[in-house]
Design a binder for this molecule. Structure first.
Ligand code: GLY
Length: 400
């Protein structure tokens, strides 16, 4: 990739944004092939892969891993997250889940950090007759798509996870849906990316710079300028709000999530449940830890952890696994999934040359981390977006 060689001199034409900043004293933050705005899982995976392809890469983030990545439960769940009308997304999710074992092994070797890949599969359980009817409908849809899922009786379900309530009415085993420890994954990616030569600048991204009708770099919060041949936008739910970025259909979808301790041996794999129509999931990780999630709320960037949210999650988790009541509640957190109108990510080029999207991963950020790193780095290094990602460019929203 050729370098733009552009540096800020204190007078910046922001091109298509129409904004012009004059006279600001700026410090040069350097020049890079690829500037990645956002050091969450997605930004770091892109950075790591791009550096492996020989590009110079700079990630800018004042608090890497404290957005959606911090809240993520770590499910790798293309089958149990499959939803009607989202078959294109499902294909991308399946392509990514296949990459996970090799991705985890490579990342662990590169970083020396275990990412906690669990391959014990996922159980989906239903609590009352309506929940079981929904389970049957989900199973029928999964079978129609050729996905592997086995309908289980209540006793067969409990044989797999004895901590489940005897009151459950039915189950579904999805042996191919796994999980990782999302926070360990972030640590590993940060280490691996830096070991591969990625520079991480601990600054808030203030603005996308545009010159001559193309993305030319980033202005950082201290006023300095990072000049880049290409800019990757990986700011999660905040991607559309960065000054200079063209309008993007990304919105925050709030999720409240809990972490519990003392759960060693309670569950072997992920349990997802429908409890009188409400969804809850329990994901074991680390040394006896359990994530319980998550609410889904359209409330903008509201970070409040509410009494009702915590109550509902704990209530439903205890209905499904009564032993949860004995665990220590160690953390509550609210963050924002980057939602899009069709729940699928925005990958690759957009209307602004030089700006590459890696955002909008909504419920599937952890799952889609490997494939996003591969396809976006492929675009950056080869100049062409791999075919697999073609349905996920922003163009799908401009031609509706
Ligand atoms: N993928 C789980 C969630 O978004 O809550």
């Amino acid at each position: 990739m050729t370098d733009t060689g552009t540096t800020d001199t204190g007078t910046t034409d922001t091109g298509t944004t129409g904004a012009r900043t004059t006279g600001a004293r700026t410090t040069d933050a350097g020049t890079t092939d690829v500037a990645v705005a956002g050091g969450g899982l997605i930004g770091l995976a892109v950075a790591w892969r791009a550096a492996q392809r020989g590009l110079s890469v700079t990630v800018v983030d004042d608090a890497p891993g404290t957005g959606a990545s911090e809240a993520a439960a770590g499910m790798l769940a293309p089958v149990t997250e499959a939803a009607y009308g989202e078959e294109a997304l499902l294909r991308l999710c399946l392509a990514s889940v296949q990459r996970w074992p090799a991705f985890a092994a490579e990342l662990e070797a590169a970083s020396g950090t275990p990412v906690g890949l669990r391959t014990a599969g996922t159980l989906v359980v239903g609590f009352d007759a309506d929940d079981v009817a929904a389970l049957d409908a989900l199973h029928a849809y999964q079978c129609e798509l050729g996905l592997v899922a086995e309908r289980l009786t209540p006793s067969a379900t409990r044989r797999r996870e004895p901590a489940l309530t005897p009151r459950l009415r039915g189950g579904l085993a999805v042996d191919g849906d796994h999980s990782v420890d999302g926070r360990a994954l972030h640590r590993a990616l940060l280490t691996a990316a830096q070991a591969a030569g990625v520079r991480v600048v601990p600054q808030r991204v203030a603005e996308l710079l545009v010159a001559d009708g193309r993305a030319a770099g980033l202005r950082l919060a201290d006023g300095s300028v990072l000049a880049a041949s290409a800019v990757v936008l990986a700011l999660g739910a905040r991607s559309g709000g960065l000054p200079g970025v063209p309008p993007l259909p990304v919105r925050p979808v709030k999720g409240q999530i809990l972490r519990l301790a003392g759960a060693a041996g309670l569950l072997s794999g992920t349990v997802r449940a429908l409890v009188r129509g409400r969804h809850v999931y329990l994901v074991p990780y680390g040394e006896g830890r359990l994530v319980v999630g998550a609410t889904t709320e359209d409330r903008g960037f509201d970070a409040t952890v509410t009494a009702g949210g915590v109550h509902d999650l704990l209530h439903d988790a205890m209905e499904v696994v009564p032993g949860v009541s004995e665990l220590e509640l160690v953390e509550t957190l609210a963050r924002w999934r980057p939602g899009t109108p069709d729940n699928a990510p925005l990958l690759g080029p957009c209307g602004l040359p030089g700006l590459v999207l890696a955002t909008g991963h909504h419920r599937n950020g952890v799952l889609l981390t490997p494939v996003t790193g591969d396809v976006v780095a492929g675009l950056l290094a080869d100049g062409a977006l791999p075919e697999l990602a073609a349905p996920f460019t922003a163009e799908r929203f401009t031609h509706r």
